[in-house]
Design a protein around this ligand. Structure first.
Ligand code: ATP
Ligand code: MG
Length: 503
């Protein structure tokens, strides 16, 4: 094993009423990838934020290369050679890709930041992470996956000796994960020590050396990365999980009229001629590469974005375009790709957030019936195992996976009949993921329909009844779950589709 770079000893961090990290010991050596596992809210992000200078331990010691150290702030962490890729992005949306990567340390000439020098400096970094975009583009114009790659490029630009990656793969497709792992392997060969957090257990033996498992803030085990997956699950959640994809398939109402119909939906430059039906009882999966237009299609159906032509019908009735209220009234719920900016009101508490799509039913004579809101909020958050102090906790202070569960819970309470899910289990731990799948099962069993965009192919194959694949803004193929495989999906995802408008 390489030299010891980091040693945490009995590190503890408390937030008002929550013991987030409880006397945790952890070591990271040069050339090692140390994996951190645990359920949502177990304390993983809090732990690594103490290395990043974001939080300070209430007690316990941090040693960096043997030296006991108080890490004051992010700059101090950088000077110590520690770079962090955060779970919640830290990018400035208005700034360009290049500016974000070099934030605070742009090359200056006579005090003026040279945009050209900026771009020159970041190009090799973008190449390294496989991100093919103009460095001058504002970060806000990129989807979540590409923003994640910008985050990674930014951390690499620091030339750190210790790299901390908090769920870097959650937003990425398989190809991008492969590329990231190549980068991590090359850093390993250079003797960089890495801490890697993920809810995708299949990634653990591929990239990890050792695994530390947190439960309720405490470290409950340290095991080799080739430990059996079932054993890892047991250590994380304290019980067995029988089926990771508990889909109960019904004969989707063949005779029934479709619940959702999408006809020739087109937004120039984003997607073209998208046509599909979803019947009662059915889950339609949409697969494809990042940038294929899946999120844009879902957003258009949900009324969040406009489209140029085509139509959407719910239960046979046209849904007015670009009108979220009309979509909600038609029974459509939308779990968006980006929970932080689109799915949640960050300043509000859990109860307010889960009742948001359903306020009308809680309102009597102009007043919101808080008792009912709270009862319902308690019920749905218990079901989804949201880890929190109480339902009046601000969603901002929930862990990432728990925030995702709140977005999902909102549509459960609203009684949506048609759920449009964009990466619904991103960042959600194995146990809560099964709970989300069970709720989806209940919805389809009671005659609802689901459209699920996911970059997680096992999830698509395990839960969808029918799968369409998008490539470059168009549908490149369709198959039933029986005939689909990872290979057949990938082949369609890279297939070039003739524009129906050409010639
Ligand atoms: N700023 C804060 N104020 C209050 N509580 C907080 C704050 N930050 C985190 N917590 C709480 O600390 C606990 C641990 O959260 P943390 O974000 O470390 O979990 P995690 O293991 O990273 O989970 P996930 O897998 O969902 O990302 C949670 O109960 C969370 O609500
Ligand atoms: Mg976290």
């Amino acid at each position: 094993m390489g030299d010891e770079l980091i040693r945490l000893e009995k590190v503890t961090k408390r937030f008002a009423g929550v013991l987030a990290v409880d006397e945790v010991d952890l070591q990271v050596h040069a050339g090692e990838v140390h994996v951190l596992l645990g359920e949502n809210g177990a304390g993983k992000s809090t732990l690594i934020k103490m290395l990043a200078g974001v939080h300070h331990p209430d007690s316990g010691d941090i040693r960096v290369r043997g030296q006991e150290t108080r890490i004051d702030d992010a700059h101090h962490a950088h000077r110590l050679g520690i770079a962090t890729i955060y779970q919640e992005f830290n990018l400035v949306p208005e700034l360009s890709v290049a500016e974000n990567i070099l934030l605070g340390r742009q090359p200056h000439r006579a005090g003026v930041v040279s945009a050209r020098a900026n771009r020159r400096q970041v190009r090799p970094l973008l190449q390294r992470v496989g991100l093919d975009v103009d460095p001058a583009r504002p970060v806000s114009s990129l989807g979540v996956a590409r923003q994640q790659l910008v985050e990674i490029a930014k951390a690499l630009s620091l030339d750190a000796r210790i790299l901390v990656l908090d769920e870097p793969t959650a937003a990425l497709t398989d190809q991008e994960v492969d590329r990231l792992f190549e980068v991590m392997e090359s850093l390993r060969a250079d003797g960089v020590g890495q801490i890697f957090i993920s809810h995708h257990l299949g990634e653990v033996p591929r990239i990890g050396d050792r695994v530390s498992i947190l439960r309720d803030g405490r470290k409950v085990a340290e095991v080799p990365a080739d430990t059996d997956e079932d054993e890892l699950v047991r250590l994380m959640v304290g019980r067995d999980i029988d089926a990771q994809y508990p889909r109960r398939r019904h004969v989707a109402g063949q005779g029934h009229a479709p619940l959702l119909q999408v006809r020739g939906l087109t937004r120039r430059g984003a997607f073209e001629d998208i046509t599909f039906d979803v019947r009662r009882g059915e889950i339609l999966g949409i697969a494809g590469l990042v940038g294929a237009g899946r999120t844009e299609v879902i957003r258009a159906i949900a009324g969040a974005d406009n489209y140029h032509s085509g139509e959407v019908l719910a239960q046979g009735k046209p849904v007015p375009r670009h009108n979220v209220h009309a979509a909600v009234a038609a029974g459509i719920g939308h779990v968006p790709e980006d929970r932080k900016t689109q799915g949640l009101v960050l300043g509000a508490d859990v109860a307010e957030n889960v009742s948001l799509a359903n306020l009308r039913t809680y309102t009597r004579g102009g007043f919101v019936d808080q008792r009912r809101v709270e009862d319902d909020a308690r019920r749905v958050t218990a079901r989804l195992r949201v880890r929190m102090r109480n339902i009046r906790q601000s969603v901002q202070t929930l862990s990432g996976g728990n925030q995702q569960k709140v977005v999902f819970g909102k549509w459960v309470l609203a009684g949506a009949k048609i759920l449009l899910l964009d990466e619904p289990t991103r960042g959600v731990d194995v146990g809560a993921r099964v709970e989300i799948y069970e709720i989806i099962n209940e919805l389809t069993a009671s005659g609802g329909a689901v459209v699920m965009v996911s970059s997680d192919l096992p999830e698509i194959l395990g839960m969808a009844d029918r799968i369409i694949v998008m490539s470059d803004g168009r549908v490149s193929g369709e198959m039933s779950f029986e005939s689909a495989s990872q290979e057949s999906i990938m082949a369609l995802a890279v297939k070039e589709v003739e524009s129906s408008r050409a010639h």
